[in-house]
Design a protein around this ligand. Structure first.
Ligand SMILES: C[S@@+](CC[C@H](N)C(=O)[O-])C[C@H]1O[C@@H](n2cnc3c(N)ncnc32)[C@H](O)[C@@H]1O
Ligand SMILES: Nc1nc2[nH]cc(C(=O)O)c2c(=O)[nH]1
Ligand code: SF4
Ligand SMILES: [Mg+2]
Length: 208
């Protein structure tokens, strides 16, 4: 049984795949925050910008990998190109398994994942983005991109710069001081060119 908050067709907004059409499958639930505002500040992750509680209008419970894969397939609206699904959440690695990945591959999809890195990833993911959270132990130390929300207490970029990733991104923390955070990130990337700036372009463009 998979519990899914929402499934929707959009453009990937962040990281190296920004601008690419994708079906987003947002799983419900996270291991670093229960999603309730009252508990945010006592959680391992305190700055989440996402509602991942329960099942939304475009989500639901899926009894089998086949049923979920089929819904993802029918949500893809592109012609030509390579179909792309991004599994996110919440924390997708609480639910994503090899069976679902293999079904998506069988349907011709490339599989992307957005994870907090606290759970080892199954094999077969085509594009794994790990986004470490300061107070949580990092378990998954390899992948295609490491995307660090910055600035973040207990998660200085230097802690991650030698890990096994192809791309290293700094993404401005979206909070009340959002504009200043962007400037701080720009300055960090200019001083440390191993890191590139990732903007949340879906927020800038007003898409989902
Ligand atoms: C909502 S999370 C879901 C996936 C996974 N739980 C994780 O944290 O990577 C998706 C992406 O949004 C980033 N993110 C969450 N809240 C943010 C915020 N307030 N500002 C900037 N990025 C944020 C996360 O770091 C992650 O890269
Ligand atoms: N367009 C768009 N791009 C995204 N990249 C990562 C997202 C996420 O919430 O995981 C996200 C999202 O929610 N929307
Ligand atoms: S780990 Fe990801 S989904 Fe969980 S609370 Fe943090 S940003 Fe949100
Ligand atoms: Mg998001």
């Amino acid at each position: 049984m998979y519990t899914v908050k929402e499934i929707f067709y959009t453009l990937q907004g962040e990281g190296a795949q920004a601008g690419r059409a994708a079906v987003f499958c947002r799983f419900s639930g996270c291991n670093l925050w229960n999603g309730r505002e009252d508990d945010r500040l006592i959680s391992l992750c305190t700055f989440c910008d996402t509602d991942f509680i329960g099942t939304g209008q475009d989500g639901g419970k899926f009894a089998t990998a086949e049923a979920l894969a089929s819904r993802i397939g029918s949500t893809w609206k592109g012609e030509g190109g390579v179909p792309y699904v991004v599994f996110t959440g919440g924390e997708p690695l609480l639910q994503l398994d090899k069976a679902l990945i293999e079904l998506m591959h069988g349907m011709g999809f490339e599989v992307g994942v957005e994870s907090n890195g606290t759970i080892a990833a199954p094999t077969g993911i085509d594009w794994l983005c790990v986004s470490p959270k300061g107070s949580a132990k990092l378990v998954q130390t390899s992948g295609q991109e490491l995307k660090l929300v910055y600035p973040q207490l207990n998660a200085q970029p230097e802690l991650f710069e030698n890990l096994d990733f192809k791309h290293f991104y700094i993404q401005p923390l979206d909070d009340r001081a959002g504009i200043n955070n962007t400037q701080v990130c720009i300055e960090y990337c200019m001083a440390h060119p191993q890191w590139q700036l990732s903007l949340q372009t879906h927020k800038l463009t007003g898409i989902r």
